[in-house]
Each structure stands twice: as structure tokens, then as C-alpha cells.
Design a protein around this ligand. Structure first.
Ligand code: G3P
Ligand code: CA
Length: 277
């Protein structure tokens, strides 16, 4: 009898989860007229900046995959966020001190979850080969001043692709983006604005928008007036946030052009995936 009751409770529990839990998990938010950009891939669901996270983002119908790029010791363009491998892999030390072969031997998935154990890092070349035809790519050059020649390497790789209209290169480093723009004017570049420098004068805006198609902000350090000022100059705005659960609401209120998110389930009663429908 007791076993029968337990069995019934398990069945009821499973049904309730399917009815309510699953529905909540799949709730989507409409983001009309805004691009949805998967920050380091769908990094709420899979290890950031890995093939799994990028595939998940495509599955969730992201418009763009965002990724971060560094140079290995032997000059290969590798995808990882931090300049050190400690946080996201089973290794330690700086990316620049390892060859691509050594970096490829690392486990970039196990820290996120056992089911991702053994997942290798990706190169930018592999990302392009696998995803270029499926989805837009927002490629961030991380600390490019630490990697002399990185801009030339990225441009040389992109030259293999005839149509670059679905690729954007971004960085916090204005000089690096100027260089990309001068080497390859047909590719769109974006300037990431550091929160500490988020009040931009008209002169600075004129300067940045003269070559950058996008000026991208942490949503907590942006105003509608700033968005309007950028739009008046013919450039666009993407916003990101790692914590602000009002990211979508603010983005809509400010009238920005897209949202860069982890496709998070925010810690609210209203779980959301940022997917354009
Ligand atoms: O694309 C915006 C965002 O990626 C910038 O911050 O630190 O996640 O690279 P971070
Ligand atoms: Ca980034």
C-alpha cells in the first residue's frame, strides 16, 4: 500500500513538473525588432564559448553568437573569455603560454557539468566553418593590445568569406577596431563601452560613430538619450548585462537594436529566454 502511494505521488509529481516546470522553462519573450545575441553562446545551458553552447544558441534561435578571441602561443585564434584558462578548463595559466595543441587537450566542459566533460576549446576558424552559414557571429577581440598582429590574423581569416554581412567584430579597444575598419572596411565593427566611461560626449560619439556600426553598452550604464544620440548618428546599440533582470524591459524602453544575453533563466517568477519569435 505504502509503495503504491509513493508510486502515485511520483507520477503526480512528474505530471506537475511537465505541466508547470517545463512550461516555465520554455517561456519565451518577444523581442520584436531586436537582435538576440547569445553571450558566449547559450552560456546558461552549456559551457561558455564551446561548441555545445553555440549549438544550443542556434537551437534557441539566436540571431548572433557572441564569442571572445585570444591568441595561443603559436599564434592561433582561440575562443575563450578569460586570458587565463583556470576558470573554465582543467588547466592553469595564461592562454598565450600554451600552443593550440596544448589548449585543445584541455577539458573546457567538465567544470560546467559532467555531461560536458571532455569538451575541447574551439578555434575561431572552427567556429566560422561550423556556424557561418547558420547564424550571425559577434566576435570580440579580448585585450588585443596583448596580442600584436591579432587584427591582421582575424582579417586574413575573414577574407575567405565573400559575404561578411552577418559578422560583426567588437572590442573595448577603440584603436583595435579602427585598425579592423581600415584593414577591412566592409566588415561592421562595434565598440564596447566600459561602464566607467559610459558618459560619452558629442565629440566622442561623432568620433566613434564615424567608423563603428554599433556602440554597445552594459544596460545598467545606458540612457534612452544616449541611444537616441547614437541612432541620430546612424549607428546602432546592443546591450548586455550579467545581472540586471530588467535587461529586456530596459532594452525595449530604450529602443536599442539588440540584446546580448546568456539566454538566462532569471531569478524571478518569470523565467525568460531571449528569443525572437
Ligand atoms: O558582448 C558584451 C560582453 O561580452 C562584454 O563583456 O566580459 O562578457 O566579454 P564580457
Ligand atoms: Ca564578450
Amino acid at each position: 500500500m505504502r509503495r503504491h502511494n509513493l508510486f502515485c505521488m511520483a507520477i503526480v509529481g512528474a505530471c506537475l513538473f511537465l505541466l508547470f516546470g517545463f512550461n516555465d522553462q520554455t517561456k519565451r519573450v518577444h523581442t520584436p525588432n531586436m537582435l538576440s545575441v547569445a553571450h558566449r553562446g547559450a552560456s546558461s545551458f552549456a559551457p561558455e564559448n564551446t561548441r555545445s553552447a553555440f549549438h544550443k544558441a542556434v537551437e534557441l534561435r539566436a540571431d548572433y553568437l557572441e564569442c571572445d578571441v585570444h591568441l595561443s602561443k603559436d599564434g592561433e585564434l582561440v575562443i575563450m573569455h578569460d586570458d587565463k584558462i583556470d576558470r573554465t578548463t582543467n588547466g592553469n595559466g595564461y592562454i598565450k603560454d600554451y600552443t593550440l595543441a596544448e589548449l585543445k587537450a584541455l577539458d573546457a566542459g567538465g567544470r560546467f557539468g559532467d555531461e560536458f566533460r571532455g569538451e575541447p576549446i574551439m578555434t575561431l576558424n572552427e567556429l566560422l566553418e561550423e556556424f557561418y552559414d547558420q547564424v550571425g557571429l559577434l566576435i570580440e577581440l579580448k585585450n588585443p593590445q596583448s596580442y600584436p598582429g591579432i587584427e591582421e590574423k582575424v582579417v586574413s581569416l575573414l577574407m575567405d568569406y565573400d559575404d561578411m554581412s552577418s559578422i560583426i567584430i567588437q572590442s573595448f579597444d577603440v584603436n583595435s577596431m579602427r585598425k579592423i575598419n581600415s584593414l577591412l572596411p566592409e566588415i561592421e565593427v562595434a565598440i564596447l563601452i566600459h561602464p566607467s566611461e559610459s558618459i560619452l560626449t558629442a565629440k566622442k560619439l561623432d568620433e566613434l560613430t564615424s567608423f563603428a556600426s554599433y556602440i554597445n553598452f552594459n544596460v545598467s550604464f545606458l540612457s534612452k538619450r544616449m541611444v537616441d544620440n547614437i541612432h541620430e548618428r546612424g549607428s546602432k546599440v546592443l546591450v548586455w548585462s550579467k545581472k540586471d533582470k530588467r535587461l529586456v524591459a530596459k532594452a525595449q524602453k530604450f529602443g536599442v537594436d539588440g540584446i546580448i544575453s546568456d539566454f538566462s533563466i532569471w531569478p524571478t517568477d518569470e523565467p525568460i529566454y531571449l528569443v525572437q519569435e
